[in-house]
Design a protein. Structure first.
Length: 161
């Protein structure tokens, strides 16, 4: 399904629903990130199949919209799966890299721990940031003791795991 609209099981054209934007950046993923993508594709394939049956049986507007939404999300995750690049972190390289967990010290005395992951994996509330974020870009290839400037503030690399 590469189109933003489709026909329902009765042949009626369903309304357009905007596609989820796909990042122009390389789709680097950790092993956990790849597993998440695979799980989303499987979950959405099942949900899409079920939604098609529901629409065919009792296709009110809300159920049709749900089918469109699931189809859109399934197309997104299938696209992300097709261009995913699995990156396994190197052991003890001494440098910040994709997959590293980094402890930083900020000018104001705060210490923060971040793991650098793929865009779809990033969740700051779980201490993960996207490899394309300004902080991650500034930290990559740095070693303990290096200081980088992010948003006009100095950040020091304190630990790398």
């Amino acid at each position: 399904m590469s189109i933003a609209f489709m026909k329902d099981p009765e042949g009626e054209v369903l309304e357009d629903i905007p596609e989820r934007p796909v990042s122009p950046h390389r789709n680097l993923v950790t092993p956990e990130g790849l597993a998440h993508i695979d799980a989303e594709v499987a979950r959405l394939q099942d949900a899409f199949s079920l939604a098609q049956k529901v629409v065919a049986k009792n296709g009110d507007e809300e159920e049709r919209h749900n089918l469109l939404r699931i189809g859109r999300d399934l197309r997104y995750w299938m696209a992300r799966r097709s261009n995913a690049e699995l990156v396994r972190p190197l052991k003890d390289s001494g440098k910040v890299q994709f997959g590293s967990t980094v402890v930083i010290a900020r000018e104001d005395g705060r210490r923060q721990r971040w793991r650098i992951v793929g865009e779809d994996e990033a969740d700051p509330s779980h201490e993960t940031i996207s490899h394309v974020s300004p902080l991650a870009r500034a930290l990559v290839n740095k070693v303990v003791g290096d200081v980088v400037e992010v948003n006009r503030m100095d950040v020091e690399v304190v630990e790398i795991h």
